[in-house]
Write a protein that binds this ligand. Structure first.
Ligand SMILES: [Mg+2]
Length: 155
């Protein structure tokens, strides 16, 4: 399998909003080093291997995209900018609804077959729906990490 595109979920895959989804936080957000705090002092952090994984994919010229079904897309986009990771992704599909829609948009706009995509997500409903399209869908248990990533893309 040649991997053309890696697609990441946000909540509990790339970041942890102190145990909740980002649509349960309270903007405005403020950045404190590697940490973002919301107005209630809830901390939002990227899992520790995330930046290294994104940089690795960029170096290998593997395209990356986001697929999130958050109820607050503008909050998620603010967090992406505050973490300064927006430039890693060629497409961001961030809105509620089945991720089948998100992947149809990715396939259509990027002209990449589902069979050449790998998807990381922490929810079985998304893994099932997107996996049924023919995407290699990888269940993330406690945030994306290097070991899981490398075995999934068979490095
Ligand atoms: Mg998630």
């Amino acid at each position: 399998m040649s991997v053309e595109l890696i697609v990441f979920d946000l909540d509990f895959t790339l970041w942890d909003c102190d145990g909740v989804w980002c649509d349960c936080t309270c903007p405005p957000y403020k950045k404190h080093g590697n940490l973002i705090l919301d107005s209630q002092k809830r901390s939002i952090t990227l899992y520790s291997d995330v930046i290294a994984i994104l940089q690795y994919c960029q170096k290998q010229q593997i395209k990356m995209a986001l697929a999130s079904r958050t109820g607050e897309p503008s909050w998620a986009k603010q967090l992406i900018e505050l973490f300064d990771i927006q430039s890693f992704f060629i497409q961001q599909e961030i809105y509620p609804g089945s991720k089948v829609n998100h992947f149809q948009m990715l396939k259509q706009n990027l002209n990449i077959d589902y069979g050449q995509m790998v998807f990381f997500d922490d929810e079985m409903r998304n893994i099932k729906e997107v996996g049924d399209l023919g995407v290699k869908a990888v269940f993330v248990e406690t945030g994306l990490n290097w070991d899981m990533f490398t075995s999934a893309i068979q490095l």
